[in-house]
Ligand binder design. Structure first.
Ligand code: ZN
Length: 257
């Protein structure tokens, strides 16, 4: 599979296409690149060298790095990228400045800012960590949600409560159904194997598992997903109460397949 495979494009008012593509790194991480013309923004660079190489191969200038949360597999590449592009902005949760160093712009829930001609809205989605953020591009319909919402899953509750995760997932679930969801790990097959064990008679989940098994066997990525698909097949998004989400999360934490 190509690490430079364009995955989604949208037509902006100005003419140049916005492209969003991904770079698979480490065991199952994705680093996302937003590109318009020769300018790029990177989301959650776990490592620097494959990202820098991919940008240089396309002759791109890095304008900014976005961080969803402080875990090392989301921020580890930032110092190295800043050595190559020292003028790049580093945007992350102001509330997590001590754990996400090198910030040039601290943001919080409700903020919005402009990059690559796009409006980017900041959504606080605590649960996995206490200051986890998601970045939503309402104009082009992209969402970068880190380790909060996964394809058919959600992040572990390291610092937050089931109530917080439930609220965060409901908030993301309220975005337009066509929103392209770029989650940071390729966990989809395992998530659906678990979901189909928990809900063996669920047709949409069974159908999605079949499809994902074919995609993975062919070496394809299963990211991005969409809000609409998650609302129909993600048990955590479908959970109607905090208690239901807590029970699902606890079951999955102890599940070994
Ligand atoms: Zn994480």
């Amino acid at each position: 599979m190509s690490s430079l495979n364009p995955r989604a494009t949208t037509e902006p008012a100005g003419g140049l296409l916005l492209q969003v593509w991904l770079i698979p790194v480490l065991r199952d991480n994705y680093v996302f690149v937003l590109q318009r013309g020769r300018e790029a923004v990177v989301v959650d660079p776990a490592v620097d060298q494959p990202v820098a190489a991919a940008l240089k191969a396309r002759d791109l200038q890095l304008q900014a790095i976005l961080h969803t949360h402080h875990h090392s597999d989301h921020i580890g590449g930032t110092p190295g990228l800043l050595q190559v592009w020292p003028q790049a902005q580093v945007i992350a949760a102001a509330a997590d400045r001590s754990r996400i160093p090198l910030q040039t712009k601290g943001v919080s829930d409700g903020d919005s800012f402009q990059l690559l001609g796009e409006t980017i809205k900041v959504l606080a989605v605590p649960g996995h960590t206490r200051a986890h953020l998601a970045y939503w591009l309402p104009g082009s319909g992209h969402l970068f949600c880190g380790d909060t919402l996964f394809a058919a899953g959600c992040g572990r509750l390291f610092e937050g409560s089931a109530e917080q995760m439930h609220t965060s997932l409901q908030r993301l679930g309220a975005l337009p159904a066509a929103t392209q969801v770029w989650c940071t790990h390729e966990y989809t097959e395992g998530n659906l194997r678990w979901a189909s064990a928990v809900a063996p008679n669920d047709g949409p989940i069974a159908d999605r598992l079949d499809q994902v098994l074919q995609q993975r066997a062919a070496g394809h990525f299963t990211v991005p997903t969409s809000i609409g698909l998650e609302k129909s097949t993600n048990l955590f998004v479908r959970a109607s109460t905090d208690a239901e989400l807590a029970a699902l999360r606890g079951h999955k934490d102890g599940w070994s397949g």
